[in-house]
Write a protein that binds this ligand. Structure first.
Ligand code: ADP
Length: 324
């Protein structure tokens, strides 16, 4: 019965995502900060910090087109550039947002494709594209009927989508009663971790190497003390303080904004319905899985949850549909 309920819950959520659009996820009123591609990277940092945001769509005002999404990954790329070409710090200071693609090329990272979705397409589609491209957020781009120009409506994130499910589809999330351990949700081996005395640069290199956006900070007993996130680099390099990246993670974490959302933990015996409750109530970016002594066991990212909700048992379903 547990299996049946779980599958029924998952199918219910998938149907729900197919009949809703990305537009439905947006709040009634919201603010959108769009940055001009000609802005100095240095200045963009201040704007993000002042507005309490960690990403923004970019606008190419010469061609009146959407020019991609600025995220913490871009700043990490700038840091890598600085590490590879330390003599060019004066130049780094003069870089504009439009130079980000050149920076990617110089450090040899594969540029992320500038993906976007139309706000009126089914939400399910946005989810599938997020999983396929590993994008954690996608801009919603529409075309203005009169001018034929592209318009950035908003940006949707994995968190917003999962919260939308949690708030509007409790009927189905409450059926997800299997413990995290049983469904193998998250990552439990080869975890990338750091300590309070690790340098910020070490933490950044771990994120780049593993292609992740957060590193749990543990003590000598592997107890979880905090989490260093990709967005934590933003205050670190404010004002062009690249030489301070050798300071400790502990110092960097003390620079977090007052309204920091906090770290969320769970246990391997917790069930997905309880995780959806947490998502409904709080701004969760990931869950750190700990044992009863607060020792690190694993990490459940929002993409792990989205992937499970969308794809678990999918093949079985299509086989059953084909033979029915
Ligand atoms: P995040 O944005 O939180 O880094 P991702 O969705 O990019 O999460 O994570 C990609 C995969 O890497 C997920 O399966 C997640 O469980 C795993 N992961 C996340 N953080 C770590 C870490 N510190 N060590 C090892 N694996 C991780």
């Amino acid at each position: 019965a547990l299996d049946k309920d779980q599958m029924q819950g998952l199918r219910g959520i998938r149907e729900f995502l197919k009949v809703r659009t990305s537009y439905d996820v947006l709040p009634l009123s919201f603010r959108l900060v769009v940055l001009d591609n000609d802005l100095l990277i240095k200045k963009s940092l201040n704007i993000l910090i002042q507005n309490g945001i960690v990403s923004a769509p970019l606008w190419d005002s010469r061609n009146s087109t959407f020019a991609g999404l600025l995220t913490s990954t871009d700043y990490i790329n700038v840091i890598q550039y600085y590490c590879q070409f330390p003599d060019e710090i004066a130049q780094v200071d003069q870089f504009r947002l439009s130079s980000l693609r050149d920076i990617e090329r110089a450090i040899g990272v594969v540029p992320l494709e500038t993906l976007s979705v139309h706000p009126m397409r089914p939400l399910y589609e946005a989810c599938r594209r997020m999983l396929k491209t590993r994008a954690r957020r996608i801009p919603l781009v529409d075309v203005d009927d009169e001018t034929g120009r592209e318009m950035v409506v908003s940006v949707i994130t994995q968190y917003r989508i999962l919260k939308f499910i949690a708030v509007n589809n409790e009927k189905h999330t409450m059926l997800l009663k299997k413990p995290v351990r049983e469904i193998g949700l998250g990552t439990y081996s080869n975890l990338a971790t750091a300590t309070m005395t690790s340098s910020v640069l070490e933490a950044i290199h771990l994120m780049v190497k593993h292609n992740i956006s957060a590193v749990p900070i543990v003590d000598e007993e592997y107890k979880v003390l905090n989490v260093f996130e990709a967005v934590d680099v933003i205050p670190c390099i404010k004002g062009g303080a690249y030489d301070e990246l050798t300071s400790s993670v502990g110092d960097a974490l003390s620079k977090r904004a007052e309204d920091f959302a906090g770290i969320y933990t769970c246990n391997e015996d917790d069930r997905l319905d309880a995780i959806f409750d947490t998502i409904r109530k709080s701004r969760v970016h990931r869950l750190i899985v700990v044992d009863d002594d607060n020792r690190l066991r694993g990490i459940i990212s929002l993409s792990d949850i989205l992937k499970y909700v969308l794809l678990f048992g999918e093949e079985d379903d299509s086989i059953r549909a084909a033979s029915a």
